[in-house]
Design a binder for this molecule. Sequence first.
Ligand code: OAA
Ligand code: MG
Length: 213
Amino acid sequence: MYINAPAENITVYPEWPRPSRDLLQSLAAYPPALIGDVRKRMDMMSADIRCLTPGTRLAGSVLPIQVWEGDNLAIHRGLDEAKPGDVLVISGNGATNRSVFGGILAEICLHKGVTGVIIDGAVRDIEEMNDMGLAVFARGTVPAGPSKNGPGYVGKPVACGNVVCNPGDVVIGDADGIVVIPQAELIETLQALPGQEDSERSIRTRIKEAVAS
Ligand SMILES: O=C([O-])CC(=O)C(=O)O
Ligand SMILES: [Mg+2]
C-alpha cells in the first residue's frame, strides 16, 4: 500500500483465474449494447452508474472490492492484488455523500495496469482523472473525502449497479453503460456476437435500399 494504515481488517480472498488477454481484447471490440443483446438483454448495470471520463471505454477482468460506506482502505489494500487488465469493481452500497476514489488512487491504478474503475458510490478529482486517461464510472462526484479505517473485502463477489460481479468476470463499458459477462460464458458470448452484428448490418442495408428506391 502507498498509505501508512493498518489493514488487518480487510479480508483478502484467495486468488482467482483471470480470462486470457486475447479473449478480453476480442470481447472489447464490441459495444455493451450489442453484447447485452446476445445475452438476453440481461446483466447490465443500473443507468445510475455513468461514465465520468468522457471518451473513455472500459474492458477488463473484475477485481471486486467491498468498502464500508465512505471509507476506502479496502481499495488501497485491493490494489496490492491488482494485475494488468483488471478493472476495479467497487461496491460502496450506493452511498454518494463521500467519495471513495480520486486522483491518487487513479495514479496507482495506472501504475498497476488497471484499465478502469467502476464504483457504486462517488468519486472526486474528476478533472485530474480526465487528463489521466483512466476510465472511471460511478454514480457521481462529491469533494468530501473518505476515511481509511475499513473494514472491507477484496476478491469477494460484490453487487455493483444491481448486478452481481464475481472475480474474473468481464466488464465492458462505454458511454451507454456497463455489461457484466460471467467468466464461464465468455466464449459462447463472443461466438454469438458476429451473427448479431450481421443482423443489425442487414437491417441498415434494407433501410438504405428502401430510401434509395
Ligand atoms: O483521499 C482519498 O483517499 C481519495 C482521493 O482523493 C484520491 O485518491 O486522490
Ligand atoms: Mg485526491
